[in-house]
Design a protein around this ligand. Structure first.
Ligand code: MN
Length: 473
């Protein structure tokens, strides 16, 4: 199951000593009120903790070092209530290794024309304090987020909440381990990539294991464990035997459950949270992972087919970001190019994540026509409707590139002779324009499609990673 540590975010206000202790006390009071309001009303996924008002370079440096070393801290939020000379921030900001959100807000959301005086002016300086602080972040290339607006504005609060989810996904990214059973599919280019650079820049450990190690693990699974999973499967999904013999159907499904139990055990033992398979490397395996891979994705594991570890890792990161809601491995499959109907039908041979299902999935067994193995069991269902994002990660040697566009998801028509789970979508810029730009940018056919992540979150993730972004709007 997807389990995320109980992270928190540290909040600090920037100021200086020019206006005396009274002003600094007010800065602290106002900061506490803002943090309390965000925590109580913000529907934030992770708590914000007010730490202190920072006025000197030494304090700022100490604060950033402590944020780095505390494993519970997923990121830092700063607010320039007054003017905070930004040279003081240089050393500390350079040392910070976690995501930074510059909250450009002001205590009051209006100008108190009748009562304002020089004390007010001294204290409420976000308008220019934010520029001073922003200059140094830009100059240091901090990859930070700026959220601008009043702290009680629901839109502003939602931006903070969404950013928290990205920051946690980024922190978790550096603990992500991806297990490849077999290599990438022969002759395919887009699934390749520099695994060392992925570890440096994205934090992913990408390891290889022979599929025989997984088969050994499958041999150790007890029939009673499969009985329990079979009962669970029956309680959640519709079992469709079709014209198969009852025993043959059950045996086929049970083989996938044996794979599922073994996969989980194998990955959990060494902390892997994403994996790939390759239908060209199944020596000794009777069925390609179908239902088993779908159940793993349901549980929050990252996955992609054909050895595509980049998409497997990306799916895991998006599942953390979205708390495993409506986020799936997807593949551009076939097109409807008729005017007025423009859409992409997405699917994969088998491995479509049931988190996007809009109906109760059916457990079915059908031939695969690829790989030369036994007919695999899989979940068959129709995907979701509504706003979503489609995202891919490519390796261009000089840097990784995230290619993305917003899409609208539709339900696919019935396909009685293609018994796989399906998702249909149209890029919001239009199929012709969106797909042209995608192809030009070199984005692949394997993607992460999410009805839960936002375009802003995709941009924030690319910024945190320092990867190139092709944002097709
Ligand atoms: Mn594929």
């Amino acid at each position: 199951m997807l389990s995320i540590p109980k992270y928190e975010f540290w909040f600090a206000a920037g100021s200086q000593h020019l206006y005396g202790e009274e002003a600094l006390n007010q800065v602290a009071e106002d900061s506490k009120k803002i943090v309390a309001s965000l925590n109580e009303n913000g529907n934030l996924p992770y708590k914000i903790v007010f730490k202190e008002v920072l006025t000197t370079a030494d304090e700022i440096t100490k604060f950033m070092k402590e944020a780095n070393y505390d494993d519970n801290v997923a990121g830092v939020i700063t607010w320039m209530h007054t003017f905070s000379p930004a040279k003081n921030w240089i050393r500390g900001s350079q040392l910070l290794q976690k995501p930074l959100l510059h909250f450009a807000t002001q205590y009051l959301n209006y100008i108190p024309y009748e009562t304002m005086d020089f004390d007010y002016m001294n204290l409420n300086q976000s308008a220019h304090g934010d520029r001073e602080y922003g200059y140094i972040n830009a100059r240091l290339n901090m990859h930070n987020k700026v959220v601008y607006g009043h702290w009680q504005d629901p839109e502003v609060v939602k931006q903070i909440a969404d950013w928290e989810d990205v920051a946690v996904a980024y922190d978790e990214s550096f603990k992500t381990k991806i297990c490849r059973f077999g290599d990438t599919m022969r002759n395919v280019a887009v699934t390749e990539g520099d695994k060392v650079q992925a570890q440096i820049q994205l934090g992913w450990t990408v390891d290889y294991y022979p599929v025989g190690d997984l088969i050994d693990e499958m041999d150790k699974v007890k029939e009673s464990e499969i009985d329990d999973e079979y009962a669970d499967l029956k309680s959640r999904y519709i079992m469709v035997q079709g014209d198969m013999d009852a025993k043959a159907y059950e045996d086929t499904v049970r083989y996938q459950l044996r794979q599922y139990i073994a996969l989980k055990r194998f990955l959990e033992r060494d902390g892997y949270t994403a994996f790939t398979s390759n239908f060209e490397d199944l020596h000794g395996m009777k069925q390609l992972e179908g239902l088993s891979a779908q159940l793993m994705m349901r549980d929050g594991y990252g996955f992609a087919g054909e050895g595509d570890w980049k998409t497997a890792g990306l799916l895991r990161i998006f599942k953390i970001m979205t708390h495993n809601k409506r986020t799936a491995f997807m593949e551009d499959y076939t097109l409807d190019l008729r005017k007025g109907h423009e859409a992409i039908l997405g699917s994969h041979m088998l491995e479509v994540d049931p988190s996007i299902a809009s109906e109760k999935p059916r457990v079915e067994v059908h031939p695969l026509d690829i790989g030369g193995k036994d007919d695999p069991a899989r979940l068959v269902f129709s995907g979701g409707e509504g706003d979503a994002v489609d995202v891919t990660l490519a390796d261009f040697r000089d840097n990784f590139k995230i290619v993305t566009y917003p899409v609208i998801g539709h339900k696919a028509e019935e396909t009685p002779h293609l018994p796989v789970a399906k998702q249909m979508w149209t890029p919001k810029p239009g199929l012709k324009e969106g797909a042209t730009k995608w192809i030009h940018a070199g984005g692949g056919h394997h993607t992460v499609m999410s009805f839960a992540a936002t375009e802003e979150q995709v941009r924030d993730l690319a910024t945190m990673y320092g990867v190139n972004l092709c944002d097709i709007e």
